[in-house]
Design a binder for this molecule. Structure first.
Ligand SMILES: [Zn+2]
Length: 249
């Protein structure tokens, strides 16, 4: 098991994010590297992205469809084709039990070694950004789906009836975090990350390339490389714990 931001051949990684484009912004470089390392990467996009246009008269159904296509194109550039669009309403997401159940179901189906989600504790970033509540809601539901729901037999017994047994996720990676402790050097794939990001044409103009490079360069300074992404990482189980049958609470 890697404990340094790498991946290994056959490793299963599930990226959970609130909106189409969150994945590329927060994790796009690391995903490109993980896929190169032989990992099988899947995405769960929680909302439909239909709040991504403030113009009156916007066809929200068409916008949601366009954002799915943009997400598929962006994922393809990073080597990912398994995308689960969960269809919750964009802008009003809550970290309730329905969402946690849906994410628990997906985790038990896909059995990821590593789950990546948005840090639910991030409220303010610097002096100019209030974190979007959808990011916090998706992150909170994802975190509690990983633990305790995915691993605990008595939680969501209806999932057992669907044939979905408990699953222990080993690593939880939080992006958009104020307490990073794992840095991934994405210098070699930065161009591809930007190319993937720009697939989200309904949301982002060419200026996105500039601010994305600036942001990842700022993170890169912390480890002495040109571009990096940062995560807070929790290690939830060791290899030895695999079949102990114990569920800590
Ligand atoms: Zn977002």
């Amino acid at each position: 098991m890697s404990h340094n931001g790498d991946a290994f051949p056959g490793m299963k990684i599930l990226i959970i994010a609130a909106h189409p484009d969150d994945v590329e912004i927060g994790v796009g470089g690391a995903i490109a590297l993980w896929v190169q390392g032989g990992a099988q990467v899947s995405y769960a996009i929680v909302t439909d992205g239909a709040a991504g246009n403030n113009d009156p008269g916007t066809d929200l159904v068409a916008l949601a469809a366009q954002r799915q296509e943009e997400q598929r194109a962006a994922a393809a550039l990073l080597g990912v084709d398994d995308i689960h669009f969960m269809g919750y309403a964009d802008g009003t997401l809550e970290p309730g039990l329905a969402l946690r159940r849906d994410l628990t179901r997906l985790i038990r189906q896909l059995k990821p070694d590593r789950v990546v989600c948005q840090d639910p504790t991030t409220v303010f970033v610097g002096d100019g950004y209030v974190n979007h509540p959808d990011h916090r809601a998706a992150g909170e539901a994802a975190t509690y789906a990983v633990f305790p729901s995915a691993v605990s037999r008595p939680i969501f017994p209806e999932l057992l009836e669907e044939g979905l047994e408990p699953h222990q996720v080993r690593e939880l990676y939080l992006n958009l975090t104020l307490q990073p402790d794992v840095f991934v050097d994405i210098t070699g794939v930065m161009d591809r990350k930007v190319e993937a990001l720009l697939c989200h044409r309904s949301q982002l103009g060419e200026d996105a390339a500039k601010w994305m490079r600036e942001r990842n360069a700022e993170t890169g300074k912390q480890i002495g490389c040109a571009y990096a992404e940062a995560f807070r990482v929790l290690y939830l189980a060791d290899e030895d714990d695999a079949d102990s049958g114990e569920t800590p609470s």
